[in-house]
Design a protein around this ligand. Structure first.
Ligand code: 1OR
Ligand code: 1OR
Length: 345
């Protein structure tokens, strides 16, 4: 398999894990210390979002008010490290401040196991720097490296979010520095909004055939990365010729795609509804927008910025490109000839 960005930021996917068997318990959220059960049981379950979560039942712990004093230099480094953490995108300013206060620095040495598969979850980690390997072992196989984090990203959210044993082992390969957040703070501040977002977008993403090749774990990261945008009837969403900053999935309503030829002939190309996407072409070709998009009625979209697109949609790139080939085939059908239309690529 080719090296592709996946997971959260620079997580490199190494092997398909399709051999892993799901382990479905009715309510599988007791923390089982036993390694006899496949600990990464969520991996192939159809939906990992269907879990019960009642924020009211959260541990009520003073720990969530924890403040770890930091030097100005540390604070700056921390702020830089959290900038691209997808899970933090749903936090408001006040929540973000609490999160920064509650994190503390942890230095690691090469060979140090930061998280051990099967353990209970205690901390969530944001990477300041260092290289970390991700290993998964199953009943059938000893540990297998499934990816690496290189100087950015985060890990350890799954056990805290879904009350399950650690799904993988994370080991430092180089000396490095991490920012840790306790389970209590994570559940109090990050969990509620991130959980809601994952649930909402999971339903949408299930309807997008292009994303079928994503692992459930990669799909979760995609949910974290999406941002909602709404438009009124007739409103311009993207303008042909503009520089592209991201792509869109239609969550509600209808979108009209319109293309203008060099001789100003304007054609409606198609209408898109729930589960369809647009705006990916310019991200792949690095050219200006090939067409404009307008809202029909009120429209709700999920926006994926270009950086997250590059990090997260690597595994779907073949399908995206195949669909773009179809646009090219349609060019002549739509405009009669290709004479006054610029090449799409
Ligand atoms: P955790 O609390 O379970 C281990 O502790 C962490 O490894 C986990 O949270 C994630 O943050 C991180 N599946 C599950 N966990 C992963 C994966 C992963 N990659 C990183 N982590 N993948 C699916 C295959 C088993 C990798 C997909 C590329
Ligand atoms: P974009 O980033 O270029 C405009 O911004 C979007 O319109 C584009 O990505 C596609 O997602 C979407 N040709 C070009 N772009 C198209 C087409 C298309 N259809 C949808 N888009 N077609 C051939 C051109 C005549 C499709 C014909 C059915």
């Amino acid at each position: 398999m080719s090296d592709i960005a996946g997971g959260e930021y620079l997580l490199t996917r190494r092997h398909s894990t399709s051999h892993l068997e799901p382990q479905i318990g009715s309510v599988a959220w007791d923390i089982s210390p036993s390694l006899e059960e496949p600990p990464n049981r969520f991996v192939r379950r159809k939906s990992v979002f269907a879990e019960q979560y009642d924020p009211a039942e959260d541990e009520d712990d003073d720990n969530e008010k924890a403040v770890y004093p930091k030097t100005e230099e540390q604070r700056q480094r921390l702020e830089e490290s959290v900038q691209n953490i997808l899970l933090f995108r749903s936090l408001d300013e006040q929540q973000m401040r609490k999160v920064l206060d509650a994190m503390f620095e942890k230095k690691v040495e090469p060979g140090q196991v930061v998280i051990k598969q099967g353990d209970d979850g205690d901390y969530f980690y944001v990477i300041q720097n260092g290289i970390y390997s991700i290993y998964v072992s199953t009943e059938e196989e000893n540990r297998k490296m499934i990816g690496t984090y290189e100087n950015s990203g985060s890990f350890g959210e799954l056990a805290l979010m879904y009350n399950m044993p650690r799904a993988a082992t994370i080991e430092a390969i180089t000396p490095g520095s991490l920012w840790a957040m306790s389970r209590q703070v994570f559940r109090k501040i990050v969990l509620k909004s991130a959980f809601k977002k994952r649930k909402e977008y999971e339903t949408l993403l299930e309807k997008v055939p292009m994303l079928e090749s994503l692992e459930p774990y990669e799909r979760m990261n995609l949910c974290d990365a999406l941002m909602p945008k709404t438009y009124q009837d007739g409103e311009l969403i993207i303008r042909q010729g503009d520089v592209a900053d991201g792509m869109y999935f239609v969550e509600e309503g209808m979108v009209r795609i319109v293309m203008q030829s060099d001789s100003d002939e304007e054609k409606e190309l198609l209408r898109l509804t729930k589960g369809q996407y647009f705006g990916e072409l310019a991200l792949v070709t690095h050219k200006p927008r090939a067409a404009s998009a307008f809202a029909i009625g009120s429209v709700r979209l999920a926006f994926l910025d270009v950086l997250a697109f590059e990090r997260l949609l690597g595994p779907c790139m073949d399908i995206i490109k195949r669909n773009i080939d179809q646009y090219e085939e349609q060019l002549i059908n739509v405009f009669g000839s290709k004479n006054d239309i610029s090449d799409l690529r």
